[in-house]
Design a binder for this molecule. Structure first.
Ligand code: SF4
Ligand code: SF4
Length: 536
């Protein structure tokens, strides 16, 4: 099927018809996988919600019906847009934002770098530059003299109405903020930052953000202690259950330290691990115990949940959560915070917290580190004996964008794998800092309202599934169990969904899990394997 090229001006179309159509026929094939059908939005949704960008949406917010409601949103959009360009209101990111808005030379070098654009079969609206260009044209038309006088001549011909604004909101949630395109840009334009700033405009000015990120995300986290809804007592009870499970698995009881004052390390996991993959925090406990690490978890509100969804859409939400994390560490008197296997928590706690907190704020001096170098130190120290033959199956490594591309942590995980696995690591193509996002980055892993999950599984996860299938192409026989290491909670969730959607386990016995789980599986003195494969 030949795709129609979507024009910028179509963003202002008053029709409810999507301006881009995603069909299964347009998607690049994944060898070995029969493309599942992509369901149309349910008819009962169509009267209530807006699907006019591409037929998908996560926004379970009834579309405004009256002109007054629409006007309120358009006016809020303009107010927010002015604030994005104002150093007083956007001191955190205004410089990088302005530079990215001003310096794109429209060479399109970035387009082929984007797994979403390529994975969609080159849908025009998913080009890294498409949403940025819309914002540029709007700014030019409404805020520059040349654009006001001769909009068509200056390419500033986009009308702003409710539909333009709403489609732009949707479009800001079609980018994983993975920043692969930024690596490719010859002048360093950050289209991911522009997407993120559009999200921020809607959240901070109009209170509009995906329910999973705002209401059930940061707000719930601040109110009850965790975005999962887990309260401190529930966390303590889960830790106690985990101690029982560890005893059952390794034949001896380990006391997991909680709220231990003056410990060397406060370890903060993504709380989703406790609920969905408790074997991961349990593996940290087993390994740290064996290595003699002086560490603790926290049972304070937020202290047991490293999630900080504000990093994807809102500076204020981000700062509230990050501040609380650092206060907890300071109150416990620990020497440093170590972030568990959660990519966005790495970004929020280390890279972005340093940007939003003034240098003279004493808690900002609390050292914060990734767990990966520490895991490497443990493995290399010889304090724990590993038997690689216990991990004798094909493995590959998914690089989390936040940990690897953003923070440059590339080697520790690879060195660990050499020490704990019998077979050489199968590197994906591309990998390391050039990896493709799993498709769940920037919140997509947990966004499942309306039909957004269909978009994620079919479009944004597509290149990752292609890579996984390619890397195991010679061992696809289901009698061979295969393991994708994903040292990030949201990546794991995304790969889990893709595994179900594409039948990766059922057809090919491809499973996924954390890195530390594999380390514990290789511990020579454990009586039985730690890893549990899904039922055959
Ligand atoms: S963002 Fe960079 S690579 Fe992409 S079109 Fe603009 S200048 Fe070229
Ligand atoms: S940040 Fe990632 S998903 Fe977003 S446009 Fe760039 S490459 Fe595509």
């Amino acid at each position: 099927m030949t795709k129609r090229l979507t024009q910028f001006k179509e963003m202002a179309s008053l029709s409810n018809e999507p301006i881009a159509q995603i069909t299964a026929d347009d998607l690049p094939p994944i060898p070995g996988i029969a493309q599942p059908a992509i369901p149309a939005p349910r008819p009962r949704w169509l009267d209530t919600y807006d699907f006019s960008l591409d037929g998908f949406s996560d926004f379970e917010i009834p579309a405004p019906k009256t002109d007054e409601e629409k006007k309120r949103i358009v006016e809020g959009f303009f107010r927010g847009l002015e604030k994005l360009f104002d150093p007083e209101n956007n001191w955190t990111f205004v410089k990088a934002f302005r530079l990215s808005m001003d310096y794109c030379v429209r060479c399109q070098t970035c387009s082929e770098a984007c797994h979403t654009y390529v994975g969609s079969g080159h849908q025009e609206i998913y080009r890294p530059t498409f949403r940025s260009e819309i914002l540029r044209r709007i700014y030019q038309r409404y805020y520059t003299t040349s654009g006001k006088l001769l909009p068509a001549f200056y390419g500033a011909d986009i009308e702003v109405n409710f539909k333009t604004v709403w489609r732009l909101l949707e479009l800001s949630y079609r980018c994983n903020l993975c920043r692969r395109c930024v690596m490719m840009c010859p002048v360093g334009v950050d289209n991911a930052l522009i997407a993120r700033e559009i999200r921020k405009l809607f959240s901070q000015e109009l209170g509009i953000a995906p329910v999973e990120l705002l209401k059930k995300g940061t707000r719930q986290q601040l109110q009850v202690g965790s975005s999962t809804g887990m309260r401190p007592n529930a966390m303590k009870s889960l830790v106690s259950d985990m101690e029982d499970q560890i005893e059952e698995k390794i034949g001896r009881r380990i006391e997991i330290p909680v709220d231990k004052k003056g410990a060397d390390i406060l370890l903060i996991h993504n709380a989703g691990e406790f609920l969905s993959w408790p074997e991961n925090p349990a593996a940290f406990a087993i390994l740290f115990d064996a290595a003699g690490i002086n560490w603790t978890l926290s049972s304070e509100m937020l202290g047991y949940d490293g999630v900080n969804y504000g990093v994807w859409f809102d500076d204020v939400e981000l700062a509230r959560v990050a501040l609380r994390h650092l206060q907890i560490a300071r109150d416990l008197g620990v020497k440093k915070v170590v972030v568990g296997e959660c990519g966005h928590a790495h970004k929020a706690m280390m890279v972005i917290a340093d940007r939003v907190f003034p240098g003279d704020l004493c808690i900002s001096e609390m050292p914060r580190e990734s767990c990966l170098p520490l895991l490497y130190q443990i493995a290399a120290s010889g304090r724990v004996k590993f038997d690689p033959s216990r991990n004798n199956f094909p493995i590959t490594l998914h690089d989390s964008c936040n940990v690897v591309r953003l923070m440059g942590i590339v080697k520790p995980q690879r060195e660990i794998i050499k020490m704990i696995c019998a077979q050489p690591l199968r590197e994906m193509t591309p990998h390391g800092v050039w990896n493709y996002c799993c498709g769940g980055g920037s919140g997509f892993a947990i966004m499942n309202s309306l039909n957004f999950g269909d978009w994620r599984k079919n479009v944004s996860s597509r290149m990752k599934v292609q890579q996984i299938m390619a890397v195991f192409a010679d061992v696809l026989d289901p009698s061979i169990n295969k393991y994708v290491i994903a040292a990030c909670s949201n990546c794991k969730g995304t790969i889990r969904d893709a595994q179900g959607h594409y039948g990766l386990w059922d057809q090919y016995h491809i499973h996924y899990g954390g890195l530390v789980d594999l380390m514990v599986n290789a511990m020579a003195d454990l009586p039985k394997p730690y890893l549990e494969w899904p039922e055959a």
